[in-house]
Design a protein around this ligand. Structure first.
Ligand code: SF4
Length: 399
């Protein structure tokens, strides 16, 4: 497996695979052909269907100014659902081209070349291998991660945490309507300030965590800077719960960074053995993964053992299985923003169950990840970020 750093990318929303990935692909291609006087980029599959709403063209043109971006919705014989063809031109003649895939979470792969990311640094590929090693050595999951990664990981995690916190604070302060034409108003500030009369501690906790999740997700929908966790569409779940534990419950930043490392490993196992791309496996791969990462992070923060951490992550994924991706108008707003808040609460419930029931569990995390992948591949294409099914097809303009 690669470094857990590959799970967390700081970049502009609203979609890791539709904005961060294409932006990085455009940057890479432009650097290969600096002498070109024009570029043409053809988008296929999910990028063609929802790229307009996701701002894919804008992201590409910000790295390749003046590039012609074509949305090809006819081609169906594709090696990956997020395929792009980049062509460099000089004096009207083609001087180079490449097919590049946006493989999820902002990562890209050039056809016929090794991945753009670091080499494998973990010999393990599955969680069970890590679990057994940690048990044998009597070490915790965060400890294992720090032993495998280089010393700068803590600095990277601190940067990630700062960017997450900044997105929450900006989102809580912002008001107005999100771009794209759906007329979706920002709600984070309202939720945060709307304390009910005689509000119980539980209701207050859920309201505040939801406000944090909305804050980040609305920043993402507004194309501002967020951290993929593991994607832009699902970027609100993990920071919401961790910020609540830090700011409202007083857990120190040092422990939050350990929890981020643990969440990163869960995301890493999922992206290695399945997918974190809504275009590949539906929303279970995005929100399901974020929920799973968050449950593991919270379990780790509470000092639960590695079996309880694994079970929390497993529960969180298991009950997101089959979750489809059907963003209305191709925007990362409905159902995405609300879904982040609900997933944050589900992550907390998963930890509450795992704390007590981990010794009775029957399904491993690896099994649920494999199930998610198979379910995603079985899913009709219209539920994999094409905006052709579900809410996207039935929405009629609102109440
Ligand atoms: S429905 Fe889920 S996977 Fe699809 S764009 Fe929204 S958050 Fe991403």
């Amino acid at each position: 497996m690669k470094s857990i750093r590959s799970v967390y990318k700081i970049g502009n929303g609203p979609s890791s695979s539709h904005t961060v990935g294409p932006y990085r692909a455009a940057q890479l291609f432009g650097a290969r052909y600096p002498g070109a006087d024009a570029y043409r980029v053809t988008l296929y599959g999910s990028l063609a269907f929802t790229g307009e709403g996701h701002g894919t063209g804008k992201a590409i043109r910000s790295a390749l100014p003046g590039a012609e971006v074509v949305f090809d919705r006819e081609e169906t014989d594709l090696p990956h659902p997020n395929t792009m063809r980049f062509t460099a031109l000089k004096d009207g003649r083609e001087i180079g081209s490449a097919r590049i895939f946006s493989v999820g979470g902002g990562s890209i792969r050039v056809e016929g070349e090794p991945s753009d990311e670091d080499a494998d640094i973990y010999p393990q590929r599955h969680f069970t291998e890590i679990l057994n090693l940690c048990r044998d050595k009597g070490i915790g999951l965060a400890h294992f991660i720090y032993r495998c990664e280089d010393a700068s990981l803590r600095d990277t995690l601190a940067d990630v945490w700062r960017a997450m916190v900044a997105s929450i604070r900006r989102g809580l302060a912002a008001e107005g309507v999100l771009p794209g034409g759906l007329g979706v108003a920002r709600k984070a500030k309202l939720l945060y300030e709307k304390r009910c009369y005689n509000e119980s501690a539980d209701v207050a906790m859920n309201r505040v965590i939801a406000a944090y999740a909305y804050a980040v997700s609305e920043e993402n929908a507004d194309e501002h800077v967020v951290v993929t966790a593991p994607t832009c569409g699902s970027c609100g779940v993990l920071p919401a719960v961790l910020y609540y534990m830090h700011r409202d419950r007083g857990f120190p930043e040092e422990e939050i960074l350990d929890a981020l490392a643990v969440a990163g490993m869960i995301g890493n196992v999922i992206r290695t053995n399945a997918s974190i791309s809504g275009a590949e496996c539906g929303c279970q791969a995005e929100i399901g993964s974020a929920c799973s990462m968050t449950a593991a992070a919270l379990a780790s923060l509470y000092g639960l053992n590695i079996d309880q951490i694994e079970y929390a992550a497993e529960i969180a994924m298991e009950h997101n299985l089959g979750l489809t991706c059907d963003p209305v108008n191709g925007l990362v707003q409905i159902p995405c923003i609300e879904r982040n808040a609900v997933a944050a609460m589900r992550a907390i419930s998963s930890v509450n169950l795992s704390r007590f029931l981990y010794e009775t569990r029957k399904i491993s995390f690896d099994e649920v990840v494999a199930t998610m992948y198979r379910t995603g591949r079985d899913m009709d294409e219209k539920y994999r970020e094409t905006s052709h099914g579900g809410l996207a097809s039935l929405y009629n303009g609102g109440l």
